[in-house]
Each structure stands twice: as structure tokens, then as C-alpha cells.
Design a protein around this ligand. Structure first.
Ligand code: C2E
Ligand code: CA
Ligand code: CA
Length: 671
């Protein structure tokens, strides 16, 4: 069975989004704050040390009050700044983030005060007549400013404030002092200020740029890591991460002698949601299903998405054993199934989706993890085959059946490539006087020396999509056969019945293919009859009716195959361009022994008459059955009683003899 390639979800995110850039900018700002506050401890210790030394060096009795006042101011400012730094360090991340501008203001304020301490100190304490003072103050001032640049450079504003408050009062004082030397010193101070501001801006750019780069890189690395291990759409682990978790689960189950269960979930008919409501609704549905699965799992379990509508749930550390374990796992599987089954509302649509679940168990004896996934997948297919919306445990017989089926699919594909082994047999259909009035074409495939029943390989072809090619082959071949028979038939009424799979009939090109075959072989009107099933007539009625009408306009006849086993309503029967009802062989077989079947057969014949339709009984195996049917008013007959399906040449030989009829054991083409 080929797995349908489903839509791949989620585009890769390559370029950073605007939201992400905002986030980076915010993080950088926080880091700038952290760097600045962190540097305050060292820089303020330096301030205390240097101001103390400066005070000692400058100590004279005239300056004493000023020095003491200055020292007191310094201690206050240092205390304030260290206090702020401490509170900042203690505040947890989100608190800082919420008050980001408060902290920024505090920092600027502290920087201004720090600068002011030196600015006013130097302005107050400067003495043009004292050589020591003359050298020490500018030297200390320049040193402090250089130091401030290194510690405050994370914010240009803070550095500029510090420099401004530190240098401008001194420059002002020099300007007021007058005299050449003082004026020169004032100018030098201003130049120094400008130079330092410029330098600060550059240093700041380098620092902030570096921070941004580092953050962007770590963000990119995180995204890459996430994309490599997580599914974009649902946020669930992907196949790769699941494999890791599986390996861990295996190791744990070996160590602790516990079990684990792997659930393979595949949504039923998910494609329909995509086709009818669009991919974005499909995406939302997948995300919701993922959420529901995740919600049901414990922390130690893993939910993963393998792609498309396939999910996996890995339940680990299950300590139960035997029956108890299986009951537990089944219960958990049922919980998952029911959770998916609950309707989902998306953009005004109420969506009902179901899931098929395959389960494989992992224990100490498990060796191959790939097999485990494969087994759960196989069991999931069994759940699908058994009618969907259910769960199945893996059994080794399933794998064998699946392998056989896969083999059959491959062989059927090559048979179609070469046309080898495929053949249409004809089973004659008779009227009341036992004249051949038609034949049903039945597909035969000789595979590895034996015939495979069409019931088997047609189901496989329908499953894997080969039915279209197979159906096309049947139509072409049937038209060629039709041409040969109609040349023999002269004016005898004759119809050639083709079995049509519902899928094949729904193919957009189906009508055109049939009509082009009819035209190519110049087949007379009424020769080609298509056997449709009741199911096809009920589903998608509009499309079916319009196709039938188009074909009918070109002389194609229609019959309902296996009539009585489906749910056709009388209303449909009346409105469809039908010619024949074909009573299902299960009723015919037991018509003599089962009064219920007898009444059904009678009712169908009566109904056909009322609706002005022909009626044919298939599967007639005994003379007594034939008599019953004839008495009930059935007009046409087909079955082993008259003839088995046979190759064209044999049919032609039989057809050439007018009135060729009943032979209970025909030429030995029993299949
Ligand atoms: P069906 O359309 O109901 O075909 C009638 C089946 O009953 C045929 O089986 C035929 O050989 C068998 N049969 C005829 N008379 C008797 C009888 O007296 N007794 C019993 N027990 N059986 C009788 P076959 O050929 O094995 O085909 C099985 C099914 O495979 C068909 O059922 C049809 O659904 C499908 N099939 C066959 N050929 C084609 C084809 O070309 N296209 C499609 N889509 N389906 C086909
Ligand atoms: Ca049929
Ligand atoms: Ca049938």
C-alpha cells in the first residue's frame, strides 16, 4: 500500500520578524542596564578611594570645610548609587522588565550625580596658586572621566551626563578665574569633553552592536535547534526527537523492567477537511488535535507529529503486566480516540474528525526502534481497514498481510506497465428464451501462474490509486471487445456490461474516456452498459447524475450492481437515468431456502417493473432457482447454471451459434 504524500506543513522561518527584532532590542536594553549597574560597584569603590586620596593630598586648613563638605557629598552619592545597583541586582527578571524606564532613569540620575561630585568638587577646591592642587585636580578629573567612560559606556546618555556634570563646572570655574592659563585650561577642558563624548558614542556603538549580534545569534541557534527537533505547526517534537525519546524509553524499560506503548494516530479523511475548508483550517485543526493529545499525556510521555495528519504518542514507565497492561493501554488509547472525536469549531465550522490508532508495545525484548514505529503504523492500517475511528494492537500476522499486500501492489503495477497477465473474461447474460443478450466483463489477473480473485486485487488497486489505470485499461479493452462482438451480433440486441469502481467513476476524465472509446470503435448505442454500485449513487448525487446523463445521451446504459445490498432510496432510482437493476447474488443464492430473500427478490422485481426498469438476476446456480426467478417475472439471467466467465474467443464461439444456451458445466473455465 503506498502512503499518500500529504501536505507538508509550516514554512521555514528564515528572516527575523519585526516582533523578534523588538524582542532583541528589549533584551539588549536589559543587558545594557545590567552591565551598567554591575560596573557601579567597582567604579564607586574607586571613587571612594580616589576621593579619599585627593582629600588627603589637598588637605589644608583653608580648604578643610570644603573638603569635608565635598567628601560628605561624595559618600552620599556613592551610597545612593550602590543602593540602586543593589536593588537592581536583587530584582527578578520580570520586575525589571516591567520597570525598565524607571531603572534607566535611576541610572542616568546616578551618573549625573556622580559627575556632579567631581565637577563641583574640582570647581570648589581648585586653587590657581597651589602647584600641587594645580596638577592633582585636572589629573584626577581626567582620570575619573576616562574611568566613567569604561563603566557607563553601555548608555551614551549616562556617560554624557557624567562628563557634562564633571567637566563643565570646572571649565566654567576656569573661565571665571580669568587669565591666560585659566582660559587655556577652560578650553582644554571643553575640547577634552567633546573628545570624550565622541569616544563614548563610538564605544557605545561597538558594545550595543556586539550585544545585538550575540542575541541574534543565540536566537537563530535556538530557532534552528527548534526547527530540527520540533514541528513548526503544532510545536510538538518531530520524528527525530521522537526517536531520541524512544531510545531513552527503551533504556529505561530495560533498566527498570517497565513497559512503554507507542500509539500511531492517523486522522480519518483529513484530506476532506483540507479540500473542502482550505489548508489554513486544516492547519488549525491539526494544532487543536495536537493540543488535545498533549493534554492527555503525562509529563514523562511524549507526543510527536510525524508530518501530515500523523501523530505519535509514546507512553512510558508503565509498570503493569499482562492483561492488566493491555487493558491500561487500551484505555489510554480510547481516551485519545475520544478526545479527537469531540467536535472542533474553527472559523464558524463545526468539524467532526475521527482517528485510527495503531498500538505497538515496547518492552525489554524490543531491539529495533524502527520496527516499533512500523508495527504501530501497520496496526493503524488495520484500524483503518476495520472501519476507522478505532484502535488496534499490532500482531505479527498483520505485518505478513501488509507485506503480501505491498507485493501485490508492486506486481499489479508492473502488470499494468506491460499489460501482461490481465484479461477480460465474459460471462453471458440470457433472456427468458435463453438467448444470449449480453455479457458482463470480469477482470482476470494471472499472477505467478495462478488467478487472483478480482475481489482481492481490485481492493488493493482502489487503496493505492492504481484503480484509475486499471479502470482505463478495462474501458479501452472493453471497447475493442465491444467492436468485435457487435460485428458478430448483426442486429441482435446485445449489451456489454463493465464494472466501474466508484473512484473510477468520479475521475473527472472518466466520461471523456468512455466516450472516446465508443467513438474510436464506432460502437452502436446501447452496447456499452456501466454497472454502478448503490453507494456511488448516494454520494455526490449531483456529479453522478450529470455524468450519467452525459453518457446516456451517447447511448450508454446503466445498471445498479449488487442491488439490494445498499441503501438506494426510491426517489433516487426514479430520478436517475437507469436501465437495469441487478439483483445481488446473495439473495438469489438463498431464494429457495430463505423466505426473507424470496420476498426481497420479489420486491425488487416488482419495483423494477413499476419504475420501468429491466431486472437481471446474477449468481444463478440451479435450475430450481431459475424457475423461481422466471415465475417471479425476472427478465434476464446470469450465473454458473448457464455459463461461467470465459475468454473472448470462447464467448465468440458460443455467441455465433444462435440460441446457444444452458450448459451446467461449461468449457471448464471455472475460476
Ligand atoms: P460482481 O460485479 O458482483 O461480479 C459477479 C461475480 O459473481 C463475478 O465474480 C462472477 O464470476 C461471479 N459469478 C457469476 N455467476 C456466478 C454464480 O453463479 N455463482 C457464483 N458463486 N458466482 C458467480 P468475479 O469475476 O470474481 O468478480 C468479483 C468482483 O470483482 C465483481 O463482482 C466486481 O465487483 C469486481 N470486478 C470484476 N471485474 C471488474 C472490473 O473490470 N472492474 C471493477 N471495478 N470491478 C471488477
Ligand atoms: Ca458486476
Ligand atoms: Ca454483482
Amino acid at each position: 500500500m503506498t502512503r499518500e504524500r500529504k501536505h507538508e506543513w509550516g514554512a521555514e522561518q528564515v528572516a527575523p520578524s519585526a516582533a523578534m527584532l523588538d524582542e532583541v532590542a528589549r533584551k539588549v536594553f536589559l543587558q545594557q542596564l545590567a552591565i551598567s549597574f554591575d560596573a557601579l560597584r567597582i567604579s564607586n569603590s574607586a571613587v571612594v578611594l580616589i576621593s579619599s586620596i585627593t582629600a588627603l593630598v589637598l588637605w589644608t586648613s583653608e580648604l578643610r570645610p570644603w573638603i569635608l563638605a565635598w567628601l560628605a557629598m561624595t559618600v552620599l552619592v556613592v551610597g545612593y548609587r550602590l543602593g540602586i545597583a543593589r536593588t537592581f541586582a536583587k530584582s527578578a527578571g520580570p520586575t525589571v522588565e516591567e520597570n525598565i524606564s524607571y531603572w534607566h532613569r535611576q541610572l542616568l540620575c546616578g551618573a549625573a550625580m556622580g559627575g556632579a561630585v567631581w565637577g563641583f568638587g574640582s570647581a570648589l577646591l581648585y586653587d590657581m596658586d597651589d602647584l600641587l592642587n594645580l596638577t592633582v585636580i585636572p589629573f584626577v578629573l581626567a582620570g575619573m572621566c576616562a574611568g566613567a567612560i569604561t563603566t557607563l559606556t553601555a548608555f551614551t546618555g549616562a556617560t554624557v551626563l557624567f562628563l557634562g556634570f564633571a567637566l563643565l563646572p570646572f571649565a566654567g570655574r576656569m573661565a571665571l578665574e580669568g587669565g591666560v592659563a585659566a582660559n587655556v585650561l577652560a578650553c582644554v577642558t571643553l575640547v577634552y569633553f567633546a573628545f570624550m563624548v565622541n569616544f563614548t558614542r563610538r564605544a557605545n556603538r561597538v558594545l550595543v552592536g556586539g550585544l545585538e549580534m550575540a542575541l541574534l545569534r543565540s536566537h537563530a541557534e535556538e530557532t534552528i535547534k527548534k526547527q530540527a527537533l520540533f514541528d513548526d505547526l503544532t510545536g510538538l517534537p518531530n520524528r527525530r526527537l521522537l526517536q531520541d525519546r524512544l531510545a531513552q524509553a527503551l533504556a529505561r524499560s530495560q533498566r527498570q523492567h517497565t513497559h512503554a506503548a507507542l500509539f500511531f494516530l492517523d486522522l480519518d479523511n483529513f484530506k476532506r477537511v483540507n479540500d473542502s475548508l482550505g489548508h489554513s483550517v486544516g492547519d488549525e485543526l491539526l494544532a487543536e488535535i495536537a493540543r488535545r493529545i498533549q493534554e492527555l499525556l503525562r509529563d514523562e510521555d511524549t507526543a510527536a507529529r510525524l508530518g501530515g495528519d500523523e501523530f505519535v504518542a509514546l507512553l512510558t514507565d508503565l509498570s503493569a503486566d499482562g492483561e492488566e497492561l493491555l487493558t491500561l493501554v487500551r484505555r489510554r488509547g480510547e481516551e485519545l480516540r475520544r478526545a479527537v472525536e469531540l467536535p472542533v469549531r474553527i472559523r464558524g465550522n463545526e468539524i467532526h474528525i475521527t482517528v485510527s490508532i495503531g498500538i505497538s508495545m515496547l518492552d525489554e525484548r524490543t531491539t529495533n526502534l524502527e520496527d516499533l514505529l512500523k508495527h504501530a503504523d501497520t496496526a493503524m492500517y488495520r484500524a483503518k481497514d476495520d472501519g476507522r475511528n478505532t484502535l488496534r494492537f499490532f500482531e505479527s500476522s498483520m505485518q505478513e498481510a501488509l507485506d503480501r499486500r505491498l507485493g501485490l501492489e508492486n506486481d499489479l503495477r508492473s502488470a499494468l506497465d506491460t499489460g501482461e497477465g490481465l484479461q477480460l473474461y465474459l460471462q453471458p447474460q440470457y433472456d427468458e428464451s435463453m438467448g444470449i443478450v449480453g455479457a458482463e466483463l470480469l477482470l482476470r489477473w494471472r499472477h505467478r501462474g495462478r488467478f487472483i480473485p478480482p475481489d482481492q486485487f481490485i481492493a488493493v488497486a482502489e487503496d493505492c490509486g492504481l484503480i484509475y489505470r486499471l479502470g482505463d485499461w478495462v474501458v479501452e479493452e472493453a471497447c475493442a471487445i465491444g467492436a468485435r462482438i457487435s460485428s458478430l451480433a448483426n442486429d441482435r440486441a446485445f449489451s456489454l456490461a463493465l464494472n466501474v469502481s466508484p473512484q473510477q467513476f468520479r475521475d473527472k476524465a472518466f466520461t471523456a474516456k468512455v466516450l472516446s472509446g465508443i467513438e474510436k470503435w464506432q460502437l452502436p448505442a446501447g452496447l456499452v452498459e456501466l454497472e454502478l454500485t448503490e453507494g456511488l449513487l448516494i454520494e455526490d448525487v449531483e456529479d453522478t447524475v450529470s455524468k450519467m446523463q452525459e453518457l446516456r445521451a451517447h447511448g450508454v446504459r446503466f445498471s445498479i450492481d449488487d442491488f439490494g445490498t445498499g441503501y438506494s432510496s426510491l426517489r433516487y432510482l426514479k430520478s436517475l437515468p437507469l436501465d437495469t437493476l441487478k439483483i445481488d447474488q446473495s439473495f438469489v443464492r438463498d431464494v429457495l431456502s430463505d423466505p426473507g430473500d424470496a420476498s426481497i427478490v420479489n420486491a425488487i422485481i416488482y419495483m423494477a417493473k413499476t419504475l420501468d426498469l429491466e431486472v437481471i438476476a446474477e449468481g444463478v446456480e440451479a435450475q430450481a432457482i431459475h424457475e423461481f426467478l422466471a415465475a417471479a417475472g425476472c427478465g434476464k439471467f446470469q450465473g454458473f447454471l448457464y455459463a461461467r466467465p470465459m475468454p473472448l474467443e470462447e464467448f465468440e464461439a458460443m455467441f455465433r451459434v444462435p440460441g446457444s444456451c444452458v450448459q451446467l458445466t461449461s468449457a471448464g473455465h471455472a475460476l
